[in-house]
Design a protein around this ligand. Structure first.
Ligand code: AMP
Length: 414
């Protein structure tokens, strides 16, 4: 059998891993600024953690979970999303004693979707959650945090923030009833896929990408008409605060999000440059979820962003490497080279040698790696007890004794 990776998975290396690491650093720094604490959970959980909270009729649960029975016949699932595992971890580790709990995590998720650009079966997400407050300022904090992170990562991208309110659970039940009625009246014009959702998951018809569905949805009842006074006030407060913070947004009454647990505020950041998989980041409130999972009856809100989709939009300039290349011209100078290696390691200077005793090949490699320096070890250097250090950007070349190399590089490395 030909060696291959599993469809919908991908290896991360080269420029992409550099981007991943940069994203991770920027996320951690922004998290620390707002006092979110990192948490890592296992990539698999008991299957029943997901089915009910995400919605028995959601696409994820119906079609996309990687579930299996292990040797003890336990039903396990590779996590398709991070909110429920994070809440599980908060409950089982007694982290909900002091509220609010502000946590974040970065890691792989698994969904058996049809792979395409920006859509994988194993992909990586950044997740932020605030548990234990229904103050709308928590919504504002999470949205502004997401904006800060995306802005730092994608300073040139035009991203659009869509927001909506789904109201509380009762508003939503009433709204769904009316949506089902409306879509039943227009059943003939809906797509096959949407007809199946009329009774089970009518909200999802609103974010269908089918053109006829879009036309029908345009005149459908709007959630805003069903919001309670409290939900309306929170939504108005949220919009006012976003304006105050100069965070641009557009209201999108058809924004519903895919999973069952959402209520009140929902939001998404989208880009015009990602094709059909255009949502970079999505989130919202899930006020009943923690109780459903067996925890206290406290509210929560969070968001998730796809790292692969962010990397697709990231500009990454070729960076001048801060690694010194070594050119060793002959095996005879191995011991002399070892002195240099020991010295560079002690000074914590990164170096690279290609295991070839060949000046020309070392120079070629240094140039293609955008190295800024090369240190040459040949007959003259060995006999004269010095090293030739060449600056590849300026062409300047110096003969230096071992103990002077670090200062010389440090002065000019930056
Ligand atoms: P969701 O949990 O579906 O709201 O997803 C949150 C974010 O994760 C999305 O906005 C995407 O950026 C990313 N994402 C979701 N599914 C995938 C996937 N199959 N492949 C890559 N990224 C994904």
């Amino acid at each position: 059998m030909k060696l291959r990776s599993v469809r919908g998975t991908h290896d991360i290396f080269g420029k992409e891993i550099d981007k991943f690491n940069l994203i991770s650093n920027i996320v951690s720094r922004n998290a620390a600024l707002k006092n979110f604490k990192e948490i890592q959970t296992p990539i698999f959980e008991f299957s029943n953690l997901f089915a009910k909270p995400l919605g028995e009729q959601s696409d994820v649960v119906l079609k996309e979970m990687y579930s299996f029975q292990d040797r003890n016949n336990d039903f396990l699932t590779l996590r398709p999303e991070y909110t429920t595992p994070m809440i599980r971890a908060a409950i089982t580790n007694n982290l909900l004693n002091e509220l609010p709990l502000k946590i974040f995590g970065i890691g792989p998720m698994f969904r058996r979707e049809r792979p395409q650009k920006g859509r994988y079966r194993q992909f990586n997400q950044i997740n932020f959650e605030t548990l234990g407050t229904n103050n709308f300022l928590a919504d504002v904090e999470l949205i502004s945090l997401s904006k800060n992170i995306l802005k730092e990562l994608l300073p040139k991208s035009k991203l659009k923030l869509h927001i909506n309110s789904l109201g509380d659970k009762n508003n939503l039940i009433e709204y769904k009833k009316n949506l089902t009625k409306y879509f039943n009246e227009h059943k003939k014009k809906l797509s096959e896929e949407s007809i199946k959702k009329i009774d089970t998951n009518p909200l999802r018809i609103l974010d269908s990408k089918n053109e006829e569905d879009i036309v029908i949805s345009q005149s459908s009842p709007k959630i805003y008409e069903y919001l309670s006074n409290d939900a309306k006030k929170d939504y108005e407060d949220l919009k006012r605060s976003l304006n105050l913070l100069e965070i641009n947004f557009q209201e999108d009454p058809n924004l519903v999000r895919g999973l069952d647990y959402y209520c009140n505020t929902v939001f998404e950041y989208k880009s015009d440059n990602l094709g059909s998989q255009d949502t970079l980041l999505g989130g919202g409130r899930y006020d009943g979820l923690i109780k459903v999972l067996g925890g206290p009856d406290i509210p929560g809100i969070g968001w998730a962003a796809g790292i692969e989709r962010i990397t697709l939009l990231m500009d990454f300039e070729k960076k001048i490497g801060s690694t010194v290349h070594i050119a060793l011209t002959n095996e005879k100078f191995t011991d002399y080279f070892l002195y240099l290696q020991k010295y560079l390691s002690e000074k914590r200077i990164s170096y690279y040698w290609n295991y070839k005793y060949n000046l020309k090949k070392s120079f070629t490699k240094a140039n293609t790696s955008f190295a800024s320096y090369i240190i040459i070890i040949g007959e003259n250097e060995f006999k004269g007890k010095f090293f030739t250090v060449k600056n590849l950007k300026t062409g300047e070349q110096k003969e230096l004794e071992l103990e002077n190399i670090s200062n010389h590089l440090n002065d000019k490395f930056k």
